[in-house]
Design a protein around this ligand. Structure first.
Ligand SMILES: *Cc1c(COP(=O)(O)O)cnc(C)c1O
Length: 395
């Protein structure tokens, strides 16, 4: 059994705060400060440029990728780190479109995160393709023989609805299309099995449930059957077969290395590597069971104590990720009042109060406190105070 008391103790959570926003930004693992400080003092300061070889900075994107691979059902040598998730979406989608040159339709759903859709819109324009966006429940029926690529985010960022990755991938394959999965709200949150689902490409970020820190680098996975055939469209020198030959012409590196673009963010990768230590010894089966326990307890607590809120997430835990949304017409102000009272979730337009449950550091006491404080905030009505209606730049 995974020891979740031990994993919780690995985080530096501020006193008196119940943190239910790890689906937006995971908290800091206590060891991250020391690890980053040591990297700066021992490596950057003392090794200077030789750190790329001596300290292994150059191979870090693959080494850290291997640690993430275990958490998402991928194999060693199949994942590489770098850039932001939006860029990894671009890379996966452009490579997938290039693998289906006689088809030009991309299918996604309206529950996808805007950045994924924006990237697809731009790429569709550049590559002469069409983006079709349907409601999440209509995806399966919309898969037909015109489809080049099915591009979905497994867990909906607002509602927490979880797609059936294996079933939809099988449908896409039966229609001759490829499937790309965005794991932004899955990696570290649910039991992802990319190889089991036979997906083609996957991408994700590491600052949410993987706790890599603000702006931590993203990851990309290519199924081994495509690793030597996938053509990078974003051809950077670090994805070249021989970066230090400084050839005029691009030749892709073998396997997943070709999805590297430019110089990796070594300091950020060091913080992420420290965050991944917490995952050693964590079973993803245990993680999923714990996540279901927490979200079920929260939903029943809120439904009993806060009748004015309406569940915006699927009731069936099998169809839900690790976050729960509730609707309130004044959701923004309610969330600001809740945060002021020490329970941090977030708000997603137009009316969703969003609560992420991260089994690594959230427990049933957090659930009970969040329910209590939320009920009190709604009962007192102080959320209607003017200060709670003022919109900040980041919600
Ligand atoms: C969080 C998130 C992003 C953010 O992309 P960045 O490039 O890292 O800012 C993109 N897609 C999905 C599905 C997300 O949940």
């Amino acid at each position: 059994m995974t020891d979740f008391t031990k994993t919780r103790a690995a985080f530096d959570l501020p006193q008196g705060i119940t943190y239910l926003d790890g689906n937006s930004l995971g908290p800091m693992p206590a060891t991250a400060t020391g690890r980053v400080a040591r990297m700066m003092a021992d490596e950057w300061s003392q090794m200077l440029i030789t750190g790329w070889n001596k300290a292994g900075w150059y191979v870090q994107p693959r080494k850290v990728g291997d640690r993430i691979a275990r958490l998402i059902g991928a194999g060693a040598g199949e994942v590489v780190m770098g850039d932001t998730l939006s860029i990894k979406v671009f890379q996966a989608l452009s490579a997938a479109l290039a693998l289906r040159p006689d088809r030009r339709v991309i299918l996604s759903d309206s529950g996808n995160f805007p950045s994924d859709l924006y990237v697809a819109q731009g790429l569709a324009r550049a590559m002469g393709a069409t983006l079709r966006v349907v409601a999440p429940e209509e995806v399966e029926a919309a898969i037909d023989d015109s489809l080049a690529v099915l591009m979905l985010t497994e867990v909906d960022y607002r509602s927490g609805r979880r797609h059936d990755m294996a079933a939809l991938t099988a449908r896409a394959h039966a229609a001759g299309a490829l499937a790309i999965w965005d794991l932004a709200h899955s990696a570290g949150a649910v039991d992802v099995n990319l190889q089991g689902a036979d997906a083609d490409f996957a991408v994700g970020c590491t600052y949410k449930y993987l706790n890599g820190g603000p702006g931590a680098p993203a990851f990309i996975w290519t199924h081994p059957r495509h690793a030597e055939a996938a053509e990078p469209i974003l051809q950077g020198w670090m994805g070249h077969a021989a970066p230090f030959a400084f050839d005029q012409d691009y030749r892709p590196a073998p396997g997943i290395e070709r999805m590297r673009v430019g110089t990796p963010p070594v300091i950020a990768l060091t913080a992420l590597d420290a965050a991944l230590d917490v995952w050693d010894g964590v079973s993803m089966v245990d993680l999923r069971a714990r996540s279901v326990e927490l979200t079920e307890a929260f939903i029943s607590g809120v439904e009993v104590n806060c009748p004015e809120l309406e569940l915006a997430s699927p009731r069936d835990p099998a169809r839900r990720g690790s976050q729960v949304g509730f609707r309130h017409p004044q959701g923004y102000a309610v969330m600001q009042a809740l945060i002021a009272a020490g329970v941090i979730g977030d708000f997603r337009a137009p009316d969703i109060l969003r609560f992420g449950f991260a089994p690594l550091y959230n427990d049933l006491d957090d659930v009970a406190r969040a329910v209590d404080v939320l009920a009190r905030v709604l009962r007192d009505g102080n959320w209607d105070d003017e200060v709670f209606h003022q919109k900040a730049a980041v919600t």
